[in-house]
Design a protein around this ligand. Sequence first.
Ligand SMILES: [Zn+2]
Length: 158
Amino acid sequence: MRLLNIQGNFWLRSWPFLLYNNRPIAIQSMDCMKAQQRQCLNCGMAVAITPLHLDEIPPRQVCVKCDDDVYQQSMGTCLTQDIAHQHETIAKALQKLDVVLLSAWSGYYKEFRVIVGGGQIRQQVLGQLHHYQQQGKILSYQEANPNHGALIAVIRKT
Ligand SMILES: [Zn+2]
């Protein structure tokens, strides 16, 4: 068993304890650990996770305590981001769309809303959302009525 030794300044992130005067101390409240945990909204358990990557979407992680999939849990909220009004190229806008998708899955959002304007970016993003839906990365998408310059994608059922 390898332990973190603060005196030797040696870090091992995968182990949630450190040795202090030869006693193990939980470091779960430290920032470096926060990023690797997700709280189960069903039972409150802190579940260990790894940072999400695009090719792992949709993610799955079962809670060790109640067996609920913590990535299917949402707070019913919507993540909104403008991806088309900072002189973005189409490639840059699609890159930003990926970041929004990852952020929405990393958080507890039910859906995300991207402001795309009315030009080429909107068409390309619509195509990409169609692609994402086929891959199961999002459940559905639609234009935000009455604002057609915004698109809404649902990622979680509840
Ligand atoms: Zn749970």
